[in-house]
Structure formats: structure tokens, C-alpha cells
Design a protein around this ligand. Structure first.
Ligand code: GAP
Length: 524
């Protein structure tokens, strides 16, 4: 099946099984705003716990914060968001569709890259083991021509973006004959800047009301609290402040489901450091964050770093951790070297000292910052798109059945185990309930007695439950149950008193974190 069709099926699956609903659906929905259903919220909370515990428990110099969404309006003047947090937009006069000019150009670049990959794959197939990809890329005339086109355009595009040269952005679109995907024409308006912040009013009377903004990033709540946390926590550099919270952006182009939303959640950590050490810490956090991602085991070839050509207004260096989504490699997390830009600006605009006194040198300075910024909804999408599988299953009688299974990392699965009495009588429900009552304090368990056991397995597969425990008549004789494993569908008979130990081994967050911290298997 084509990747786009699988992605459509995934979206439908998320609705059918209570993961994600369109916001205000009964009123025909609200663009790029989504609600998380009964299973989605569990998965989301587990992802948050993985991130939070890895930051706070595994780093004794990282502490947490929960700052308000509303902030003093001067915050956004100081941070540069009022003046510089813009996207360049362009309209097609025939289709009346609005686009981000930078995205049109990026998509064009992706198409050129796709052409190169096609040539390379064709040649790799033709030449087999003797294929030398490097040599092929350097010598094949079509590949060389496209690569040259990419290099020239990338440079011109980066210059236009870095200098906010809107005329040249439009000129690039015209020069490269980029057409509207809907009308197919090149009848474009000029490129204009569009500020992404949502504004609202605080206060009860029209003249007394103050214009305030919904925060477009959680980071500023951390910066304005830097001195509070540093002083009350007696923190010494380097130290970090981590926060999970909502952010809001009036995205021009919001698509690909929960990839680009107008209301979303970020998991951000600002690491305050001495000036001059920023390169070292930037590299350090790049490694730590990539290791965190890879521990989820979503395919070793599905990750890459992508260094920015165009830097955000606050950044001196930036890289993205990208994941291979069904629609290509895309950013999941940004790692930014923010220098002392933010604290320096807040110091100037507030008139309050936001400095660190270094007892070793007896000098005060504004700390530098390295930031890690992960979109919670985006990693949610990453996890479900890697986990979604439509499989053919051979039955015992030789016939073929199909199943949809969410192969979620067990530690993140919304429901960890389902307890299923084989029949609704003979005391089996009572034994099942007793098992639930023993395990429910540690693991999210679900009890199901309706329908055949096969259908119940399929329902649990669809929500990603890693273990189904079946209670049958043999249970009454020898206190054993079967565990059925989601991915292999294998079944194993085990003693009831062993269940907790097995569960802890497979789904316990602290075991998982130990593995992450030591780089070894938690069982060792
Ligand atoms: N504080 C830095 C910052 O906000 P960013 O690259 O603009 O940097 C960080 O955003 C992360 O937030 C992105 O890597 C992405 O995962 C997530 N994100 C940004 N905009 C988003 C949107 N409209 N919808 C969902 N996630 C978004």
C-alpha cells in the first residue's frame, strides 16, 4: 500500500480507537487543533514521563518548572517574537490558497533530492554489490546537474531567509517556476510577513484591557524565572530548567495531522552555562538527546541530524533531530545554542539583573544557554507512525487473516496488560478480577470478557497492549495463565505469582531509564 494511504489509515485508526479526535468535531472541527482521547492521553502522559524523568532524575543539576501561559507583554518585545517571529506567506491568485513561501521552496528542493535518490536506487539495483554510490554521485551527469541546482538554490534561499529578503523569496519561486499545487499556475502575490503569535486581551474594561499573547514557546517562562530558580535552588552553573507545557502558533499552513498544530505542547530544557563553553555543551546535549530518541527503538535508519542554514533570531547554532515520517524526514526536536540573547534582552527590558556570580573568578556575567526543544505532539506522531502495522496473519488452519497492530514501545503503551477470562462463567471472571486488583496499582490494566478471545486480542493489538493474560479452566487447577505477546503473538504459560515480575521487567519506566543511563539492558 502507498505510504499516503497508510498515513490516512493511521489517522482513521487514531479516531476509531480513542487516540486522537478533531477538536470540536460536532461543529465540523477547528483547523489544526486536536483532542487526545482515552488511549491518546495515556500514551501522551507516558511520553511526558519518559522525557521528564530522563531530565530530572538522570541529571542532578536539572530542575523543573511550570510557568504560566500568559506572560507580561514586554516578554515578547524583549524575546524578539513580536518583531521577528514571522513566516513569509504568499497567495496564489487563481486558487486563492495561501502558502508559506519557504515551504514551497523547501518542497521544490525535496523534489530535486527525490530525483537524485531515484537515480541512485536505480543504479544500485543495476550494479548490485559492485555499486559505488559516491563515485556514481560524482560522475553521473543528471545527478550532478540536480546536485548543483540544489547547492545554488540552498545558498540563495538561506541568504534570502537570513536577510528577510521577501522580494528574492518571490523571485526564487518565479525563477524556479514553482506552481501552486492546487491551480497549477504561477500567478503569485508578493511575499508578506505574518506574525505567528495569538493575541488576546486581559482585563475587564475596553480601555483598561491589556493586549497579551499566548506563548509561542515555553522557553520564555524559563528565562524570566532564571534568577528565581538559581537563587532559591542555590544552583551553580551549569544547570538546567525543564518544562512541559502548551504553546500556540497561528500556523499559516497546518497539515499532516498533528505534525503542525496551532495549539501544541513542548518539552523544553534550557541549560545555563558559562560563556565560552557553548560548543562543548551543544555537542553534549546533541548526543544525549539522540540517545534518548534511539532508546525507543523505532528503526536505526530513521534518525538524522539536520544543521540549520537559516537560524532563528535568537540562535547562534542550531540542529534538528529529524525522524523519517511516512511523508519524509522531518524535524522532531531542535537543539539551539541561544548565547546570552534571551537573558540579555530580559535584563535590558526589565531593568533587573539576570546575572550569575562566579565564586571562582569573583566575576558576574549573563549566562549562555543551550536549549533542547521537543514537540510532544510531534514525537507522539513519530511513535504512532512507526508503530502502526497492517499485517497478514496465518491462522492454525492455514487460512490468512489480517490484523492492525500498534507496535508501541511497551514502556509507553497506554494499556500495559489486558486480563481476559476465556469464558464469562465458572469462576474465571473472579480470578481475572483478582489478578487486576493485584496489578492495577502499578500498571494500567484492562479487563475484557465480551466477544471471542480472538476478537479481544485484536482489540488489544489495535491499541498497542503488549500483553494479554488469559485465564482459563487450567488456571483453577494450577494457578497458571497464558501470556500472549502482542508482536510475536506467541503464548506462554506462567504462574500467576510471576506476572508482576514479568511486567516490571518489560514495562517499568525506571528499568527503561536505567537502561538509557547505563547504555546496557536493564535486566543485567
Ligand atoms: N524554544 C525553541 C522553539 O520553540 P522550534 O524549533 O520553533 O523551537 C521546537 O520548536 C519544537 O516544537 C519543534 O521541533 C517541534 O517539535 C515543535 N513544534 C513547533 N511548532 C509546532 C507546531 N506548530 N505543531 C506541533 N509541534 C510544533
Amino acid at each position: 500500500m502507498a505510504k499516503e494511504d497508510i498515513f490516512k489509515n493511521l489517522i482513521a485508526h487514531c479516531k476509531e480507537y480513542g487516540f486522537i479526535f478533531q477538536s470540536s468535531e460536532i461543529y465540523d472541527g477547528l483547523g489544526a487543533v486536536y483532542d487526545y482521547g482515552q488511549n491518546g492521553v495515556e500514551l501522551k502522559n507516558n511520553i511526558k514521563k519518559y522525557w521528564w524523568d530522563s531530565m530530572i532524575l538522570l541529571h542532578e543539576n536539572v530542575v523543573g518548572l511550570d510557568s504560566a501561559i500568559f506572560m507580561h507583554p514586554k516578554t515578547w518585545k524583549a524575546s524578539g517574537h513580536l518583531d521577528a517571529f514571522n513566516d513569509p506567506l504568499i497567495d496564489n491568485k487563481d486558487s486563492k490558497k495561501r502558502y508559506r513561501a519557504d515551504m514551497l521552496i523547501e518542497e521544490y528542493l525535496e523534489k530535486l533530492e527525490g530525483k537524485i535518490s531515484k537515480e541512485v536506487n536505480k543504479a544500485a539495483k543495476k550494479f548490485g554489490d559492485s555499486f559505488d554510490e559516491k563515485m556514481f554521485r560524482e560522475t553521473n551527469p543528471r545527478v550532478k546537474a540536480n546536485q548543483e541546482k540544489i547547492d545554488v538554490l540552498t545558498k540563495r534561499f538561506a541568504d534570502a531567509m537570513n536577510n528577510t529578503n521577501l522580494e528574492d523569496l518571490k523571485q526564487i519561486i518565479l525563477d524556479y517556476e514553482i506552481a501552486c499545487p492546487v491551480s497549477g499556475t504561477r500567478n503569485w502575490t508578493d511575499v508578506r510577513q505574518f506574525n505567528l503569535m495569538f493575541a488576546t486581551e486581559m482585563g475587564s474594561t475596553a480601555d483598561g484591557a491589556t493586549k497579551i499573547y499566548l506563548r509561542p514557546e515555553t522557553a520564555q517562562g524559563i528565562f524570566v524565572n532564571y534568577i528565581n530558580v538559581q537563587k532559591t535552588g542555590r544552583m551553580k552553573l551549569p544547570f538546567g530548567i525543564a518544562q512541559i507545557g502548551k504553546a500556540f502558533r497561528n500556523e499559516i499552513v497546518a497539515r499532516q495531522f498533528i505534525f503542525r498544530m496551532r495549539e501544541f505542547e513542548q518539552m523544553e530544557m534550557q541549560y545555563f552555562i558559562k560563556p565560552g563553553t557553548e560548543e562543548e555543551w551543544f555537542d553534549h546535549w546533541k548526543k544525549i538527546r539522540m540517545k534518548w530518541h534511539r532508546a525507543l527503538d523505532l528503526g536505526k535508519d530513521n534518525y538524522r541530524f539536520h544543521d540549520h542554514d537559516k537560524l532563528a533570531h535568537y540562535a547562534a547554532a542550531a540542529t534538528d533531530i529529524e525522524f523519517r515520517f511516512p511523508f519524509g524526514f522531518r524535524e522532531v526536536e531542535g537543539i539551539h545554542s541561544r548565547t546570552n540573547f534571551d537573558l540579555g534582552q530580559h535584563q535590558e527590558f526589565s531593568g533587573k539583573k539576570l546575572q550569575y556570580f562566579d565564586p571562582e573568578t569573583n566575576k558576574s556575567f549573563v549566562p549562555y544557554v543551550v536549549e533542547t526543544s521537543l514537540g510532544l505532539d510531534r514525537i507522539f506522531l513519530q511513535i504512532i507512525s512507526a508503530a502502526y502495522c497492517e499485517e497478514e496473519v496465518k491462522k492454525d488452519d492455514g487460512s490468512v487473516d489480517s490484523r492492525v497492530v500498534f507496535k508501541l514501545p511497551p514502556v509507553l503503551a497506554p494499556v500495559k496488560l489486558a486480563v481476559l477470562p476465556l469464558v464469562k462463567k465458572d469462576g474465571l471472571p473472579e480470578i481475572s478480577r483478582k489478578i487486576m486488583d493485584d496489578l492495577k496499582f502499578e500498571f494500567n490494566c484492562r479487563y475484557e470478557e465480551k466477544d471471542s478471545i480472538g476478537r479481544r486480542y485484536r482489540r488489544q493489538d489495535a491499541i498497542g497492549t503488549p500483553f494479554c493474560i488469559t485465564v482459563d479452566h487450567q488456571t483453577k487447577e494450577d494457578n497458571t495463565v497464558t501470556i500472549r505477546y502482542r508482536d510475536s503473538m506467541k503464548q506462554e504459560r506462567v504462574k500467576i505469582e510471576k506476572l508482576r515480575e514479568i511486567m516490571v521487567d518489560k514495562v517499568d519506566m525506571s528499568r527503561f531509564l536505567r537502561k538509557l543511563a547505563t547504555g546496557s539492558d536493564a535486566k543485567d
